[in-house]
Design a protein around this ligand. Structure first.
Ligand SMILES: Nc1ncnc2c1ncn2[C@@H]1O[C@H](COP(=O)(O)OP(=O)(O)OP(=O)(O)O)[C@@H](O)[C@H]1O
Ligand SMILES: [Mg+2]
Length: 235
């Protein structure tokens, strides 16, 4: 579904991604784990067309994905960004409608809003509340709901557990599995390596802009190098 081949991304003269190659197949959850500054967000924003790569090719459903605004979104890719990035001064409802802005208005949008409410009933109770006044967990649900409003084929998550209490983190990861169950393919960047690897069909370890390891999620979870570096296991 998504194929990334030897991607190189720079910020000025600093290279943030070095020949990164990865693949996401239809129906998978693929996780990218890595420490602060490893390049996870850079990779996701490059897929969304916000960062322009200096080298490499991104292919989506067999055709090159150009780094121009709306290309990714209009082809069915959505991002739940790090720290949610909601429209704080818009209400819950307005945020959801913004998520559907590339699509036709009308009954479809109402249907999708209902689907988001079935997934997150708490949002329905808070329809007219400003997004900026929601709790951290509610904001994360709204950010996921907003992304789902575009009916993405591929949904990218950037550290969805950041700043959430353990119980809410569990709920967010459960939701991600549920979204996969409904037919959306998932690419997930996380510092919470344990959860991210446990639930991943396949995963990639990103270290200072380079892919250093890849394999089935549960297999990487058992890897001593991964355990030492990302799971705090003492050897
Ligand atoms: N706009 C920018 N300008 C210059 N350098 C940047 C910019 N954004 C990111 N970087 C640098 O690129 C590298 C990768 O950053 P990135 O945000 O992709 O990492 P990350 O894996 O998402 O980290 P975190 O887990 O902290 O979110 C870092 O060294 C960072 O300082
Ligand atoms: Mg990041």
């Amino acid at each position: 579904m998504l194929a990334i081949d030897r991607l190189c991304v720079f910020y000025g003269r600093i290279q943030a991604l070095h020949d990164v190659s990865l693949e996401v197949r239809s129906g998978e959850i693929v996780s990218i784990v890595g420490a602060n500054g490893a390049g996870k967000s850079t990779l996701l924003w490059t897929i969304m067309g916000v960062n322009r790569p200096r080298g490499g090719v991104i292919t989506f459903e067999g055709r090159p994905l150009r780094s121009i605004p709306d290309e990714a979104a209009s082809r069915g890719i959505a991002l739940v960004p790090e720290r949610r990035r909601l429209f704080a001064n818009l209400t819950v409802k307005e945020n959801l409608v913004m998520g559907a802005y590339l699509r036709k208005r009308g009954p479809e949008v109402a249907e999708d809003t209902e689907r988001v409410f079935r997934l997150f009933p708490v949002l329905k109770e808070r329809l007219s509340q400003y997004a900026g006044t929601l709790s951290g967990g509610e904001q994360q649900m709204l950010a996921i709901g907003r992304a789902l409003m575009s009916r993405p084929k591929l949904l990218l998550f950037d550290e969805p557990s950041l700043g959430l209490a353990p119980a809410l983190t569990e709920e967010v990861f459960r939701t991600i599995v549920e979204i996969k169950g409904r037919g959306t393919t998932i690419l997930l960047a996380e510092q919470n390596a344990y959860k991210a690897l446990e639930m991943a069909d396949r995963a990639y370890v990103l270290e200072t802009g380079r892919v250093t390891m890849t394999g089935p999620g549960p297999e990487l979870l058992e890897n001593p190098v991964v355990q030492k570096a990302y799971l705090g296991v003492k050897t």
